[in-house]
Structure formats: structure tokens, C-alpha cells
Design a binder for this molecule. Structure first.
Ligand code: RUB
Length: 330
């Protein structure tokens, strides 16, 4: 091991680990809005445990560096900046209240673990609340792979309700396969369909349940590309469309007029390099998410209860307050 590497390995080990976490999120080894948020918060815990800061100011600088790297890993899932903010807001307050270096580290670890634990609890609670809306014999359609949506389906199944699930394969990354594996493991009757077969089967569906990467203040929901088409299809067929979303998926920035950025991913997720070489000049577009308007959403299941999409602003003001904080957190 060379001297430079040693320097990095020893002195900046937390930074290398945080960069690795950000890379895992970018490349989708870690994916799904809830898991992205928890993993990013773990990055802050690692920073707290391993930063070699000599004083409070140096420590906050290290935390901000980590936060910046983590937040920029993927742009759409609002859970990511919300998770980072949950920790940073409390640590910065502790600093303003006079906490010393070791106390700041402890606070980071404590609130980081609290966020992670709350995330798991919220998903469980959403399952409990959402399952009340599932009837014995329901046919449910889901898209992509959402831990919150699956929590509703699996909880209802464990309560003894007989459920059939249509799972879309979810082009181009096939997260639907993960959903199928999970449901099969649970012993749930599941049918895998191509994304474009949704409308063909919609007449036989009782409820659509999907997750969310972000919920805007007007109740619009950002989720995996294709969700808005499924919602439109459900709307036309008179099928209920439910979104399962923890409150940390709600975007406080949207109350201040900001828009949620839709991630564009690499064309090679859609076609291989050979195709691109053969068809020089073709532009392959690969948006990872789309926006479902509130008019096509019947309700949003949160850990605080069920709300119509139009009540998103209530969740936002209760959880984040009216004013978007401009404090320099990262
Ligand atoms: C995942 C996706 C999921 C939401 C909600 O997209 O759109 O529906 O993130 O998931 P990707 P969860 O695979 O690109 O991350 O309920 O698990 O947070």
C-alpha cells in the first residue's frame, strides 16, 4: 500500500466509505426510496464514528461534506435529503446549544439510528393501516418494487385475506422481479406482466397500490416511470389507486415552489452499446420516474393515517413546518 493510499485509508476512511455508499445508491445496488434514505443516514453515522475532527467546527464540516456527497447520489427520492436533514437539523441545533465534539458525535449516531428505526416502524404501520382497505379476494396491481406498498399487501395476506397480485416487470431495470420473488416467498398468488399489459388486465383489478419517491405539496406523486400511465388506466376503469408513502417522502421544497427533479438515467439501461453503435444519432431517453396527478390518486397511506392527496400540505406543515428552512445543512 503506497503512502498516498495510506493517507486516504487512514485519515479519510469515513469519506471513502461515504463515497462508496453514494456510488451504491447511484448504481442502484441500493435502491428504493426508503432504503436509499436509511443507507444515506448510515453514511452520517459512519462519519460520526470515524471522523478525525479535532473540534466541533471541523466535525460539522466533515458531516456537511458527507451530506453533500450522499444527497447528490440520486436526485428524485426526496427521502434522501429528508433523511439527511432529519439528522443535520438536530445536530446543528445541539451545536448551537453548546454541545461539545463528543456530544455532537453521539447526537449524530442517536438521531441517525432514530431515523432508521422510525423508517422501519413507519413501513410496518403503513402495512397495518393500509391492510384495512384490502378485502378478502382482492386483486391488486403493483408497479416496481416498493417496501411500503408490499407492506400493505403482505400484512393483508398475513391477516388471512386471499389476495392475487399483478406485478409489472418494470422496464428497464426489472424491479418487478424483486417484487415477484418477495410475494412468492410469502406464498401470495402473483402474476408477472409486461408493463404495457397493465391496461389489458385493469378491468379485473380491484386496487392498484404503489410506493412513492416523492409527494408534492399539491398531492402529486413521483414514482417509478410508468406509474402515471397505470394511474390513468385505473382512473378510466374506475379502479382505486392507492399510494403507500412514509411522511419523509413528502417534499417540503415543493411548498416553496420548487419542482422535483426527474432523474434521467443512462441509455444503456434501455438498449445495449451495439444498438447505439448501429443506430448512430438515435437519442434513447430513460427517465426513471414520472408524476401522477392528484386527480388520479384516491388516497395516500402514511404512517400517520390515510389522507386524500389534496391533504399532502397538512402532512408537510405538520412534519416540516410552513417555512422551508434555508439553514446551511450541506
Ligand atoms: C423505486 C421506486 C419505488 C419507490 C418506493 O425506484 O420507484 O416505488 O422508491 O419504494 P428505483 P419504497 O428502483 O429506481 O429506486 O416504498 O421501498 O421506498
Amino acid at each position: 500500500m503506497g503512502a498516498v493510499f495510506q493517507f486516504w485509508g487512514e485519515k479519510l476512511s469515513f469519506l471513502r466509505k461515504v463515497e462508496k455508499i453514494a456510488e451504491d445508491i447511484k448504481t442502484m445496488r441500493v435502491r428504493g426510496a426508503a432504503r436509499i434514505a436509511r443507507t444515506a443516514v448510515e453514511g452520517l453515522i459512519i462519519t460520526a464514528e470515524e471522523s478525525e475532527a479535532k473540534n466541533e467546527e471541523e466535525y460539522l464540516k466533515d458531516l456537511k461534506i458527507s451530506s453533500k456527497i450522499l444527497v447528490s447520489a440520486r436526485p428524485t427520492a426526496v427521502s434522501l435529503p429528508n433523511g439527511i436533514r432529519y439528522v443535520m437539523k438536530r445536530v446543528l441545533k445541539a451545536y448551537r446549544d453548546g454541545a461539545k465534539l463528543e456530544e455532537l458525535r453521539e447526537e449524530t449516531i442517536r438521531v441517525g439510528r432514530e431515523f432508521i428505526q422510525n423508517s422501519f416502524k413507519a413501513i410496518e404501520k403503513i402495512g397495518e393501516i393500509g391492510a384495512r382497505r384490502i378485502r378478502d379476494g382482492d386483486v391488486i396491481l403493483t408497479h416496481c418494487n416498493s417496501s411500503a406498498a408490499l407492506s400493505v399487501i403482505i400484512t393483508a395476506h398475513r391477516q388471512g385475506k386471499k389476495i392475487t397480485v399483478y406485478a409489472t416487470e418494470t422496464r428497464p431495470r426489472f424491479q418487478g422481479h424483486i417484487t415477484v420473488e418477495r410475494l412468492v416467498r410469502e406464498g401470495i398468488d402473483v402474476r408477472l406482466i409486461v408493463d404495457s399489459a397493465v391496461n389489458y388486465y385493469m378491468d379485473g383489478v380491484d386496487k392498484v397500490i404503489v410506493g412513492a419517491d416523492a409527494v408534492a405539496s399539491n398531492g402529486a406523486v413521483v414514482n417509478k416511470i410508468g406509474t402515471s400511465l397505470i394511474a390513468a388506466s385505473a382512473y378510466l376503469s374506475g379502479v382505486n389507486f392507492f399510494v403507500a408513502a412514509e411522511t419523509y417522502k413528502f417534499s417540503p421544497e415543493t411548498t416553496a415552489g420548487r419542482l422535483i427533479e426527474i432523474e434521467q438515467r443512462d441509455p444503456t439501461e434501455v438498449v445495449d452499446r451495439e444498438f447505439l453503435k448501429k443506430n448512430k444519432g438515435v437519442k434513447v431517453l430513460n427517465p426513471a420516474f414520472d408524476v401522477t396527478p392528484p386527480q388520479h390518486i384516491d388516497l395516500i397511506i402514511t404512517e400517520r393515517g390515510i389522507i386524500p392527496p389534496q391533504a399532502a400540505i397538512i402532512i408537510l406543515t405538520e412534519v416540516f413546518g410552513w417555512f422551508v428552512e434555508e439553514e446551511d445543512m450541506y
